[in-house]
Design a protein around this ligand. Structure first.
Ligand code: BG6
Length: 479
């Protein structure tokens, strides 16, 4: 069966930065199924030719030396453009007619909503109204970008709306973190090895840290960020996804619903915060100068940094805190998961050794390190820190593929394992919403300011120390 990918929001940033470069890379590698047509839709009145010219420029820019000019003409021959307004049902009828001309035969279709989130509901309804959601032998799938709602209520409304016209198995909610090779590798590390799983529990693990630090500020996105803040922008989706994959039980098989059933169980087991917990178990911060960014209220109380302590009340994790933190304008860009093990039960040697750690570097220095103790040579029995360091960069040639390549391939192939299910999204909002509410009430911890280029507010460091723990504040070494 041939395939069509119909991208709504074709003139937007995501299309040019991520989707077209990812599709072109797949084509270059011979991975895109033959006879895959790419159809861009937006309100601009481009011709096929004009859109192709624009894409040549942007794809070359975003792929740099991975752009292959010789392959481009064949790829772009499969790329088309249809002007259309997502709010106008008539435009969908014209789109359907044009698609039928482009697809000489029946084709499976992926409708990719890369538009403003305000248009998701209209796009779904109008696809259905024009008969474009209905599946016969050819499949119809809809990919919905983040953010999926802005709170539990809006996410439920959007789910209800989408389910009114598409069955859940047709819906692919994107969280690009799930497309990252190193996030998927976390499942391979856990479930394709036998040495980690026996110690992956409360008997051996003291706590888990999940950090997504960004060195960038909000840059040109102040207006959006004022509405979202770090909890909506990073925690409801990316950090909770990382937590689910770190904490989940092994699925029976690697199949979409089996994987997602296990992830959802983790969210269900997260203890709700209430009353004084919001002040004791959360830290919120804002970087200096945030209030001067374009689109930001000069008296904004919006958090650009957050740290949370969450408990998972199940047999595996009871008593093991999961510390999650993320922020803009931090020391460096690093996404890492630190599994910190308990100290040995008896300290036999003079110096008190650092506890063992398994550090999973999601990006940018993708790899895994084990921190352990060895004897300091010629110094009695004094232990010292040592590290086993596995780097993808050294083991595989070339850069790891961008997350969108895997996600686009999976959407085309009908594999939803790496996409969020409706209950997953709603449960995640159910965790974030009460924190958002508490943060705008007297129960809120103080909003702490931090300088650009550090690990968040001082209070975050103190908060960990007061619990007898230390953040793993280490920037990745890039070589
Ligand atoms: C996006 C957020 O979802 O993820 C951005 O909206 C953030 O604010 C980005 O910068 C981080 O993604 P990555 O892949 O660069 O870690």
């Amino acid at each position: 069966m041939a395939h069509s990918i119909v991208i709504f929001g074709a003139s937007g940033d995501l299309t040019k930065r991520k989707l077209i470069p990812a599709l072109f890379r797949l084509y270059q590698k011979g991975k895109l199924p033959p006879a895959t047509r790419i159809i861009g839709v937006s309100r601009r009145k481009y011709s096929d030719e004009r859109w192709r010219e624009l894409l040549l420029e942007t794809t070359r820019q975003f792929l740099g030396d991975r752009f292959d000019a010789e392959v481009w003409p064949a790829f772009v021959g499969q790329v088309h453009y249809v002007p259309g307004d997502v709010n106008q049902v008539d435009d969908f009828f014209s789109l359907e007619a044009r698609l039928q001309e482009i697809e000489d035969d029946a084709a499976d279709r992926v409708y990719y909503l890369a538009t403003s989130p305000a248009l998701y509901a209209a796009a779904a309804s109008n696809l259905a109204a024009a008969g474009m959601a209905h599946e016969s032998t050819a499949k119809r799938r809809i990919v919905i970008e983040k953010p999926f709602g802005t709170d539990l209520k809006s996410a439920r409304d959007l789910n209800a709306h989408v389910h009114g016209v598409f069955a859940e198995k047709q819906v692919y909610r994107i969280d690009h973190y799930l497309g990252k090779e190193t996030v998927q590798n976390l499942m391979v590390l856990r479930f394709a090895n036998s040495i980690f799983e026996p110690i992956w529990n409360r008997d051996y693990i003291d706590h888990v840290q999940i950090t997504v630090a960004e060195s960038v500020t909000v840059e040109g996105r102040g207006g959006y960020y004022e509405q979202s803040g770090v909890l909506r922008d990073m925690f409801q989706n990316h950090l909770l996804q990382l937590l689910m994959i770190t904490a989940m039980e092994a699925p029976v098989r690697f199949e979409a619903d089996m994987v997602r059933d296990e992830k959802v169980k983790v969210l269900r087991a997260i203890r709700s915060l209430s009353g004084a917990d919001f002040a004791s178990d959360t830290v919120r911060g804002q970087y200096a100068d945030y209030r001067r960014a374009d689109g930001v209220n000069p008296a904004s109380e919006n958090a650009t940094f957050a740290a949370l302590k969450l408990h998972i009340d199940n047999w595996r994790w009871n008593g093991v805190p999961f510390y999650l933190r993320s922020g803009k304008a931090m020391s460096c860009r690093t996404t890492q998961i630190v599994i910190q093990f308990r100290q040995p039960p008896v300290m036999m040697f003079s110096a008190s050794p650092e506890p063992n750690k398994l550090v999973i570097q999601i990006q940018p220095a993708e790899g895994i390190q084990i921190h352990f103790q060895t004897k300091t040579p010629d110094a009695g029995m004094r232990p010292r820190n040592a590290e086993l360091d596995y780097r993808f960069q050294r083991a595989v040639r070339g850069a790891l593929p961008d997350a969108y390549q895997r996600l686009l391939m999976d959407a085309l192939g009908g594999d939803a394992s790496l996409f969020a299910r409706s209950d997953e999204v709603e449960l995640a909002w159910g965790i974030v919403d009460p924190i958002l509410a508490a943060w705008s009430s007297p129960a809120a911890p103080p909003l702490e300011m931090y300088d650009v280029g550090c690990w968040g507010p001082e209070s975050s460091t103190r908060w960990m120390r007061d619990q007898g723990r230390e953040w793993f504040d280490v920037c990745p070494v890039l070589h």
